[in-house]
Design a protein around this ligand. Sequence first.
Ligand code: SF4
Ligand code: SF4
Length: 506
Amino acid sequence: MSAPTYDLGTLHGGLRLTANKQMSTQQAIQEVPIPAQLILPITQHVGDPAQPIVSIGERVLKGQLIAEPDGTLGAVIHASSSGTVIAIESLPVSRRLGDNAPCVVIECDGKDEAIQPRDAAQNFTSLQPKQLLEKIILGGIVGLGGAVFPTAQKLMQARTTDINHLILNGVECESYISCDDMLMRDRPAEIISGAQILMHALQIEVCFIAVESDKPEAIRCLGEVLGRINDERIVLKQVPTIYPSGGEDQLVQLVTNREVPSGGLPSDIGCLVQNVGTAAAIHDWIIDGEALISRVTTITGDGVKNPVNVRARLGTTVADIIEFTGGYTEHAQQLIIGGPMTGKSVTTDRVPVVKATNCVLVSSQAPSISPELPCIRCGDCASVCPVQLLPQQLFWYACADNEAKLRDFGLMDCIECGCCDVVCPSHIPLTADFRVAKGRIRELADEKARAARARQRYEARNDRLQQDQKERDAELAQQKVTAKSAGPAAIAEILKRKKQKAEDDK
Ligand code: SF4
Ligand code: SF4
């Protein structure tokens, strides 16, 4: 079956950002050597932290499981080289919320000794879709575009809905970040193999690989492989270079010309979106038996001497990587993990590269602290919002902590893209305010759910006690009837039992 043709959809709002990508795309991806220490946070995915299954002093091998998920939304974590666990403690990380997190620290022995490779499946089509999904769980694979949603869970959810389109996201719309671009140039065959595995796992017959039109080299490399393998189910689709066309809902709209409903998911309209890096990671795990223990990360900005893309083992610190690439320039002022729009400014380079780290941006500009001015109701924020929200209105309700209105005005649909911040003449940190407000609403929802569960338990207990009481009363009534006909000895026995029961209940 060949893929259908759709007219390109259009993106509301958005921004045309200065790309600033050429500085990191001049050289091939460089392999970072094994560092002296690896710092592996146990939270590298959405959902609850994984639980360490190794102890201090234990020797671990490359690819060995060191933490297992706790709860449904988790992913396993593997050691990314061999060595000894020297600590399990809270250390600085580059999470969006919070600065420290529990980490497993491995002192590497430099031998890079791997565990026995798991049974790799060169011929993945011989596996049943369910078997493939079960295997993917063990690879520790999460969405590498930044969302870090566990891939196996996403696929399992997709299996319960009517998915018929796979969209591989090769749209890297934030300035400076070029890791997906370089991966598409370097490993197009592995990305396409990953797409075929995903299609088999979900029994999908249509795949679009979406790439921005300003990535001609990536398009050429993918096109060459597609021409060679002649799989008509997979189609390369160019999308306009506009931020944030790589957002999941925005990409679905662009590629299929269909809109994801408010509060819904791409699966509601039959689509599953996966990052190109995730597809390559699936290939590496299923075909070569290599779990997700490294990733490509862009090291860039005018604060580093040698902007370049690197493949680093997860857990390698930013400090080690920047030293390997040539060090900082004298202009380095600010360290951002991620891109300039959605990244997080950190104060130490001792943070590790994790599954979510697509970019390390070292800027010559210090964090700007322009004074916040009152909203002048210019409406610029609404005109660029890709979700067609009214940020100025949301800001008003966020300040008033009005949860109902925030929900009514679609706060939970905000993708935190930062477009409204960029255009706001009053320098209001809208996105940060929305992030906090969304967190508060989620917390309230969790609290309400907890309270509802506690109430249900309480009511169930009351019902049970009332039922017990009824049964006891009925039994007593029955015993009285029997006693009337049985005489004083039976009455004495009943009173004795009643007295005993009262004492037991005390
Ligand atoms: S862009 Fe800023 S000043 Fe203008 S309406 Fe939006 S929040 Fe207000
Ligand atoms: S951060 Fe939210 S409100 Fe602001 S432009 Fe992006 S989606 Fe719209």
